[in-house]
Each structure stands twice: as structure tokens, then as C-alpha cells.
Design a protein around this ligand. Sequence first.
Ligand code: PPS
Length: 344
Amino acid sequence: MSSSKQPIPLQDEQEAQTKNETNPELYQHFASLVSSLPRSQGLSNNEFYRHDQGWNSSLVPMVGAMVADVCFTARPSDIVVATTPKSGTTWLKSLLYATVHREQHPADAADHPFYSFGPHEFIKYFEFQIYSHNNVPNLKELPDPRLFATHLPFVSLPRTVVTSGCKIVYVCRDPKDTLVSMWHFINKLRARDGLEPLSVDAAAEFFCDGLSPYGPYWDHVLGYWQAHLAHPERVLFLRYEEMQRDPAAHVRRLAEFVGLPFSAGEEEKGTVDAIVRLCSFEHMSRLEVTKGGKTDNALGSVPNSSFFRQGTVRDWENHLSPETGRRIDAITEAKFKGTGLCII
Ligand code: PPS
């Protein structure tokens, strides 16, 4: 278990600890490069650019990804939460943080840091929290195990994440539920930015064309699936629907994977169940910090409540037509055929 004193993630404390430096020239260099890439509309509140490695995103996170690639130095002890957006990131981050820091912050403690900070303050994204606003932070002082997050496809991870042999935890979700969750979220951002909402049909069209954040969705999932097949000890591959069915089993898997299995004493004390309860949708979505707090990142300020909507499986049936559902299933079957991957 982590014996180090990872501070609770007060923005100021962390900034002081990471001795922020800036490099506007580097950011400008990559911004010019991204600006020269093919661009299009997509399932977004911003224009998409197409990265050379085949994925789409708005400019800011793509620049952040490029800065991370050249500036981030991974350690074998690092743990990276990787996801395609809206597939269970917030939940997985919470479970991982609560598991890794369970000694310092017991899940049933009344002063657990989850009561004070939004869920995305604990494990930050490379591409729009850590490497943003011209920052090139010195992350060397952060105690092990350092926890990071990303929505980047495997092919574009900061290169030392792959070469260091650090651990990656990936979660995927039925693409239809992922799409519906994304559509709701993007429309909130569009309303914030004074843009018209996207219809669900337009959103589905973009999604099927690969024009979703960090999409094509299918390439994203396959990239991590193949990495998991090649290195199961380094890449844990989880499914949102299976986590819903048995969250406690997944917390145990997660703990074992990161080398912090629960002891018999912890099992007896109910530590696993306490973590499951702490991180459950029902609990997290009702916290004051969720209802009233915001998370600032390079894409703007986002209410914490927007990371919690329904937290259920098959909500797509309430929004997508059966034809759209079949169309997405057909793409999924075709793309995953012969890979051993089944997620619907
Ligand atoms: S993000 O923006 O990429 O971080 O979003 P992400 O967290 O990946 O996905 C948001 C969806 O996950 C649901 N959610 C949860 N499900 C179960 N348990 C917990 N604790 C939890 N927290 C968030 C959230 O409601 C979004 O799904 P939908 O279908 O929109 O409800």
C-alpha cells in the first residue's frame, strides 16, 4: 500500500509541489502543427483536427498530447487510467484513488478527500489538465505511485508510458451507451458556449464516422485491447457493464493488478465494500462537491455534476432508434471480428 504522503490535491499545493514551469514556444510550435492538420465538424463543441496517428480531437488536447509526448517521463511505478470519454472514467479514477490511498484515507472516513474535491482533481489528465496553459510541470517530486489519466489512444500515449512498463488501467463501455452519454455531455458544453444542441441523429452520424472525441471509438478500444493481449500484466482491460454487475470483484482485481491486494484483515473489516460504497454513483452524485463544484481544465470550467447523469446500462434504448442501435452493433461486430473482443 502507498506509504507515501500523497497530498490531497489542493490546486495550489500541487502546483507548488510540481514547480510549474512554462514553455509557451513549445505549445505554440505544436499549436501551429495541429492547425495545419485536416479539420472537420464532429461530436463536439469545437472543430476537430485529425492527428497523423488517425484520431480526432479539438486543438487544445491534441497540443497537450504532443507536449506530454516530449516532456513526460514515466516511471515503472506509475499507474495510468486510460479511457475513451464517457466509458466510466470518473468511476474508475475514484476506485483507483480510493484503493491506492486506502491506508492514508480510509474509504469510510468522514473527512475523505472525495468530500472536498471534484473527482477529476485526484487523477489528472495529461492532455488537458497537466500539459495545458503552457505548463510543463516538474512531476519528479510527486511520490510513488503517481496516478495519471488520459483519453489518448494507445498509439499516441506519451512514449515513455509505453517504454517504462508502467501500468495502464483501461475501461470500455458499450458504444451505444458511450455515444448517448457523450451526446448529453457535449450538448451541455454547447449550451455553455452558446451553440445549438446536436440532435441525437447527428451525434450518431458523427460517432459512426469516427468523429467523436479521440475517436474512432473502435480504434481506441482495439488499441488497448491489443496492448492488453500483448502485455496483460501491464494493461488491465475492464468493461463498464461488468463493473456494474460486480463492483467489489473489480476493486479486488484493480488492487491486485496495481500490486496492492487486500489483506485478510481488510477483507474482514469490509474495506472493499467501503470503497465500492464511497465510489458508487448514488453516493458520489449526491455529494455537495458534485452538486455545487466545478472542475477547470484547458477546455473550460465544467460543473462536476455533468460527470454524473444516470450511471446505468442500456440507457441508449431511450434515445437511439433500433436502426441506429443495429447500425452501431454492425460496425462493432465488423471492427472487432477476429480480435477476441466482445463488448456488446
Ligand atoms: S468523462 O468525462 O470521460 O470523465 O466521463 P466518464 O466518467 O468516462 O463517463 C461518464 C459516465 O459514467 C457515469 N458515471 C458512473 N457510473 C457508475 N458509477 C459511478 N460512480 C459513475 N460516475 C459517473 C456517468 O453517469 C456517465 O454515464 P451516463 O450514461 O451519461 O449516465
